[in-house]
Design a protein around this ligand. Structure first.
Ligand SMILES: Cc1ncc(COP(=O)(O)O)c(C=O)c1O
Length: 358
């Protein structure tokens, strides 16, 4: 079975499986805020039309000011990207030909971007049920590589680690002079967020990556940023194309970051829905990862490979994310986003139907 490598495009998935898409479907494979974009985006949209004739501000000054004010870091410690994905590509280019360790399971783009740049990739795989780092072996592995990618909170497990683990990882990389890249794309969905951004601005061995596309539901606009030491950012930024971030994304980003209410409301909504789902899973004998953000892993413990459940849900119009291309998961779990209440209900109803027949 040849499945698309990413979530977020159900049409590709149904085509790859040679299946007729059902009349109604919900895409649980994409981890975007179910409450949508902040209201101000729609409000300003017409005015922003006037900006499309000019080149965007290459210094992204207004957006950097908004980030610096929110995060307490200097503007010089920020590099803006056309989505976090562009920044991952730039980091990989900077790491050309180097040895890179990825703590897995994790977002698949670290490996693909680094492979494109002829890096040698090593994996440190964490396992259920707690997905903890194996510090003794990891310490040795860190000493043997040039860079480490760590997704925190983790995509796809949704696990957030305690601050002592994060501090240990930062210190261990620093002592080994190994560059640590912490991807905090989903940081703001956590009810108790832990960020390493401030440390990144002071260390030559730490970069922290953020995406604005998930919390603010602007995946089509593309916006992300990287925090780190200014000299390191200057080297990474040399291969970024001119005017890579469009003028509307720059404006929208500043507006989003100034709306603290939107992310606060989202966190409360997600947390309540996640707890409702997790109670249902417990009562109905589905295993789930201890997700702390807007997605989680789920499996029926009576199956090894979850393909049958995946296909059953697809036929019901429910599109989950397969995990065949996540080292350490290999199809034994499915990933689902926390969606709106009615959509989560639909998922639970379909899972109950599945249990009746299995
Ligand atoms: C962990 C992680 N980092 C980065 C990205 C890329 O985000 P962006 O939309 O900002 O390029 C994604 C996208 O799914 C992701 O899951």
């Amino acid at each position: 079975m040849q499945l698309p490598a990413h979530g977020s495009n159900p049409d590709h998935l149904f085509k790859a499986l040679d299946m007729e898409p059902p009349a109604e479907m919900v895409d649980f494979s994409v981890n975007i805020n179910p409450l949508g974009a902040p209201r101000e985006i729609k409000h300003h949209w017409q005015n922003w039309l006037g900006d499309i004739a000019d080149y965007p501000d290459p210094s992204a000054a207004q957006l950097k000011q908004a980030i610096a004010a929110n995060e307490g870091v200097r503007e010089a410690c920020l590099l803006i990207g056309n989505g976090a994905s562009e920044l991952i590509t730039l980091i990989a280019r900077y790491l050309y030909g180097k040895k890179v360790l990825i703590i897995h399971p994790a977002f698949s783009e670290y490996a693909s971007a680094c492979k494109n740049e002829h890096c040698t990739i090593f994996y440190h795989i964490v396992h259920p049920p707690n997905w903890q780092l194996k510090k003794a072996s990891l310490e040795q592995e860190i000493k043997a590589v040039d860079a480490v990618f760590f997704c925190h909170p983790n995509n796809p497990t949704g696990v957030q680690y305690d601050s002592s683990t994060i501090d240990w990882l930062i210190d261990t990389c620093h002592q080994a002079k190994t560059l640590l890249i912490i991807d905090e794309a989903f940081y703001d969905f956590s009810s108790n967020p832990i960020s390493s951004m401030k440390q990144a601005s002071q260390s030559p061995y730490l970069l922290v990556l953020r995406s604005l596309t998930k919390m603010y539901s602007i995946a089509g606009l593309r916006l992300g940023f990287l925090a780190g030491h200014p000299e390191l950012l200057a080297r990474i930024g040399t291969s970024q194309p001119h005017w890579s971030i469009n003028a509307i994304a720059l404006k929208a980003g500043a507006v989003c970051l100034n709306n603290h209410q939107h992310s606060k409301q989202t966190r409360a909504y997600i947390s309540a829905e996640r707890e409702r789902l997790f109670s249902y899973f417990k009562e109905n004998n589905f295993q789930h990862s201890p997700g702390s953000v807007n997605f989680y892993l789920i499996r029926d413990p009576s199956l090894g490979d979850q393909q049958e459940l995946f296909l059953f849900l697809l036929r019901s119009g429910i599109v989950l994310r397969h995990t065949y291309n996540f080292p350490g998961l290999e199809g034994k779990w499915l990933r689902a986003a926390v969606k709106k209440e009615a959509e989560n209900n639909w998922l639970m109803e379909a899972l109950s139907e599945w249990k009746k027949g299995n």
